[in-house]
Design a protein around this ligand. Sequence first.
Ligand code: SF4
Ligand code: FE
Length: 488
Amino acid sequence: MSDTTWQPGNPIVTGADYVASLRGRGLEVWLMGERVEEPADHPIIRPSIDAMAATYDLAVADPELATTVSPYTGERINRFLHVTESAADVVAQNRMQRRLGQLTGTCFQRCVGMDAINSIFSLAWDMDEELGTGYHPRFVAWLTGMHRSGLVIGGAMTDVKGDRSKSPSQQSDPDVYVHIVERRDDGIVLRGAKAHQTGAVNSHWLLVMPTLRLDPTDGDYAVMAAVEVDAPGLRYVYGRQSCDSRSMQGSIDVGNAGFAGQEALVVLDDVFVPWEHVFMDGETAYTGELVERFTAYHRRSYVCKSGVGDVLIGAASLVADYNGVPSASHIRDKIAEMVHMNETIYATGIGASHEAHQTAAGNWEPDVMLANVCKQNVTRLPYEIGRLAQDIAGGAVVTLPSEQDFAHPDIGPVLEKYFAGRDGVVTEDRVRVLRLIENMTMGRNAVGYLTESLHGAGSPQAQRIVISRRADLDEKRDMARRLAGIDG
Ligand code: SF4
Ligand code: FE
């Protein structure tokens, strides 16, 4: 990851280019009460950067899977920057996401921006058609710049929300939802904060979007804009993840915490945005549609977790083998159950993508119902897959001594003897796979595999609302009446 000749202004192609592009930006990042001098060198932050870098390295290794041609520049671009031009493009996003889940075993963070550009693309078009605004060409001009440079776009949607029973303008503190505090000749000024923002510190630009359907009285909160991450007034407070200090330790006890997700609080302290980067300014009537379109993309993006699940199933299978029981019927049954649940996640997500429809703007959007069903599955099934992985792994997943104990000349050989598995298995390999299961089900990457699965792209109830609204029970009742011979 160290070989790069990348210079500012060059397009970013490789993971090493990407890491180089993050250096020296002077972002105001806080972690554990301290300003972080250089995030790329911080042992807790670096694993999240390396997970994002995998999105570049995959594009180099497998261009068919992870790149396509930009309609604006005619050059090959990373698929994460592409506006879908067919249902096949929507499907290809899911395939790429599963692969990246397999390669990193965690959240690689780049999907939020991909899903945001696709939803803003069509929404800006609709606003222009119906209101005569000029957002769509403005957005495409900005996006073309992203295609030229190969940058990471992050999405900034979830507001901190204050009193959840009140609308933005009813809050005693107006800043708990991001809003426009000033409109100037040359642009707008934004204030507020966005919570748990995936990959924010690892991005180059953030797309600010409203988090909920707004009433006309909340006009100052209806704003979409692109903001450079180092714009004056932006501050980042890094979210701690369980066991993140393991990333600072030796190579065995970290499991796969050499990769990690990233969530941060993003504070917008009077951030100026020039008009050319503003894509919504007060159009409250379109905010509900923006949320629905964004979540249609993002809720089926959670097929990423099926890639992570592949790793965990592999780990469970390995540890059963190391323990000498790969053929035990209950182990085989549990592995089959894990695979079934994992493929259920993938099936509903990629089904949503296959059922994509073309928008008026010309890009392709996943099926809303199936996308929400995918995400609802993701709020539950990884927990069950994780439980079965721990079941198969046994108690050692929480009782293993440290790497230092295994390496110690006195006690190490004792541990070597008593933590051995079946004949022919290297004890260290058994320890490594147990640490992997530990990390993915209760350590740093359980954040990405479990809790992010629960709350990311909206908590479970958000999907149930959409599923209920779209279920068309009247039509289903008619079907039942007809077959039951009930009149009317
Ligand atoms: Fe992408 Fe999954 Fe991370 Fe969301 S949780 S950014 S869909 S990898
Ligand atoms: Fe997410």
